[in-house]
Design a protein around this ligand. Sequence first.
Ligand code: SAM
Length: 228
Amino acid sequence: MKTRGEKQYINMPSFAARLYDNLTSIKGVNKGFEDIALFLNKELKHGKLLDVGTGPGRLLYEISKQNSLLELFGLDISESMLVVARQNLQNIKNVGFRVGNIVKTEYATDFFDCIVSTGSFYNWDNPIEGLNEIFRILKPGKTAYIFESTKDYNKELLRVRLKQNLKGYNFARKALSKHFLKKQLSMTYTTKEFDEIVRQTFFYKNYKIEQIELGNLPIYVRLELRKQ
Ligand SMILES: C[S@@+](CC[C@H](N)C(=O)[O-])C[C@H]1O[C@@H](n2cnc3c(N)ncnc32)[C@H](O)[C@@H]1O
């Protein structure tokens, strides 16, 4: 079967999950998680929040630092990633992880007060089905936020900002970070393509797509998907 990325993650060896965790601990990336956690903190004060494709759980960790009242849930298709996530959040209460594909989950209908996802959507083999499952498990009146890189960005500005973010790191770290970012940007969607996907989902009547910066990098969009 043709896969955008899910298959690689399902079979991900544990050393690769640890390497990913290490790479996402660099200043710029972690600042991106802080930015998102700050944004979410204004949107949601209590209730249940799900992070789809949570990976090593760094976003959930930042969210828990800003609001200890939330009940946190992490879903990921990769068992190896969740091993790392459980380690990273071992001291955090109110958090639970589950292995699974967002296309079909075991969460109850109308269950979550907020659903978020960062850097995962572009890997989903079935993005329309994934968003429709998010619609099902989100409570009516609530919003899901997908933070994703986009192909529409200013190359020169990215070059300058990346140089600032990677200042002080060794050659190998810089090379690996650039390599994975390049791969991600070659795989992700244009803003128009994001729009075309959302229009085919149950969110078609109520959504917004905005280009934003995260962690100093001008390469992201935020999809706000509201369930009416
Ligand atoms: C690039 S990582 C991003 C991890 C984390 N959200 C972050 O921002 O660092 C993508 C994650 O999405 C997960 N993933 C990919 N497709 C998925 C799917 N259909 N359902 C659930 N998780 C998925 C992968 O296993 C991986 O952990």
